[in-house]
Design a protein around this ligand. Structure first.
Ligand SMILES: Nc1ncnc2c1ncn2[C@@H]1O[C@H](COP(=O)(O)OP(=O)(O)O)[C@@H](O)[C@H]1O
Ligand SMILES: [Mg+2]
Length: 394
């Protein structure tokens, strides 16, 4: 059928036609917004889950809800490369300046002027920000170059202006496990202060399953500061809505056994569901119905697309030795393998600990418990097993 009418949205961070089955998570965020409006303390949300499970698009929806409520929003994305450190600081400085511009509307109050001057200082300290705020940088405020001090002073100076307007500042952080400890610590300290002092400032984040541990390593009190939500595969009912509703809206029906083929193959994973559904749609010739044969061809083609794009995107980040270790984890199978089992067969001369650490840093592995390891990419195991195996000597 016509590709320009294909409603499905395969791809990292690509907004799905229907965000199915995430009402509970959105409810946790709505709770924060309504509590803040009522002047009551609330907690930011932290979403954790495997790759492709739908964290980014859910975080986007939360950002939209905050914007709809008139909040100022700044978006950050952690990056594992060394250059990411400077990049995420620039994102923060630039995002703060763009958001703070909204405080200029409807006449400049003294609170707004103080806030803008601090944001300007922060911009000077953390990256060249060309956004015109119409004020000079504050002297002796938010200008030390130390993230924790400067961010705290900026938020402190923003708070009265935000309160005056009945709004709040939300910092949305994706891939939070990759934000450097220095900046992450600063965000957490300021969130902590904000709770104590009643500043309308909130952090809401998404990341891999190791994110809670990363947050707690950065600041021990982080575990109590957020509403943590594990984002998992969609329930069968939600997956079915995600599959059928967008087609129905376009006047196309899935035969029951066609739907079953895609739902079984996707097993609740949104990235798989969108990919298979999009391919089945592209295969279908009858304008009004997607048949079982279309669905089977769609799954096959979709799997080939994932094997050519989504999986290698992660796999190729690993060195040969690291790939060997990933294979062992995949073979030890289950959702979380015991480190002892994975490490047991002949080890590399220096042991596997450093390989494991590096894979965790690259975001390919995580440790769901002190002595367990698991892959961060769902169903990477089948792909990993299909890769040519160089002789591992065991
Ligand atoms: N709740 C959902 N319902 C339907 N499709 C979804 C849902 N969540 C995510 N998707 C789709 O899944 C894919 C991966 O989403 P993404 O947010 O990038 O995952 P993550 O950030 O966890 O890696 C995208 O194609 C997106 O459209
Ligand atoms: Mg994501």
């Amino acid at each position: 059928m016509h590709t320009d009418q294909n409603p499905y949205a395969p791809g990292s961070g690509v907004r799905p036609p229907l965000l199915a089955g995430r009402d509970e998570e959105l409810g946790a965020f709505d709770d924060l917004v309504s509590r803040t409006a009522a002047g009551r303390p609330g907690r930011g949300v932290v979403l954790t889950g495997l790759r492709g499970v739908g964290k980014t698009v859910l975080l986007d929806r939360m950002r939209d809800r905050a914007s709809d409520a008139g909040w100022l929003v700044v978006e950050l994305e952690g990056r594992s490369r060394p250059s990411g450190r400077a990049c995420v600081r620039r994102q923060l400085a630039h995002g703060l300046a763009l958001a703070a511009r909204r405080l200029r509307g409807r006449g400049m109050t003294s609170q707004a002027a103080t806030a803008l001057a601090a944001v300007r200082s922060f911009g000077v300290a953390f990256g060249w920000v060309s956004v015109d705020l119409g004020v000079e940088p504050a002297v002796g405020r938010a200008d030390t170059g130390v993230a924790e001090i400067d961010l705290q002073e900026t938020v402190e100076d923003l708070a009265p202006a935000l309160t005056e307007r009945g709004t709040a500042l939300l910092v949305v952080v994706d891939e939070v496990q990759d934000v450097d400890l220095d900046l992450l610590g600063a965000l957490l300290t300021v969130q902590h202060r904000a709770v104590q002092r009643g500043w309308p400032f909130f952090v809401t984040a998404a990341g891999l399953p190791n994110s809670p541990a990363v947050l707690c390593d950065a600041r021990s009190y982080a575990g109590r500061m957020f509403a943590f939500r594990q984002v998992g595969p969609l329930s069968r009912t939600s997956a079915e809505s995600a599959l059928r509703d967008p087609a129905r809206a376009a006047g196309v029906l899935w035969d029951d056994d066609a739907a079953r083929v895609v739902l079984d193959a996707a097993d609740g994973y949104p990235i798989h569901l969108q990919t298979f559904a999009a391919c089945a749609w592209a295969t279908a010739v009858d304008g009004g119905t997607i048949t079982r044969a279309d669905a089977e061809a769609g799954v096959e083609r979709g799997q080939a697309e994932l094997d050519a794009g989504f999986f290698p995107g992660w796999w190729d980040r690993a060195s040969e030795l690291e790939q060997q270790y990933l294979r062992r984890v995949a073979r030890a199978s289950g959702t979380a393998a015991a480190v002892a089992t994975v490490d047991a067969a002949p080890a590399s001369a220096s042991g596997w600990a450093s390989v494991r650490r590096s894979l965790c840093e690259k975001g390919l592995l995580f440790m769901p418990g002190p002595d367990r390891v698991a892959l961060t990419v769902p169903r990477l195991d089948a792909f990993v097993d299909g890769q040519a195996t160089p002789d591992e000597g065991g």
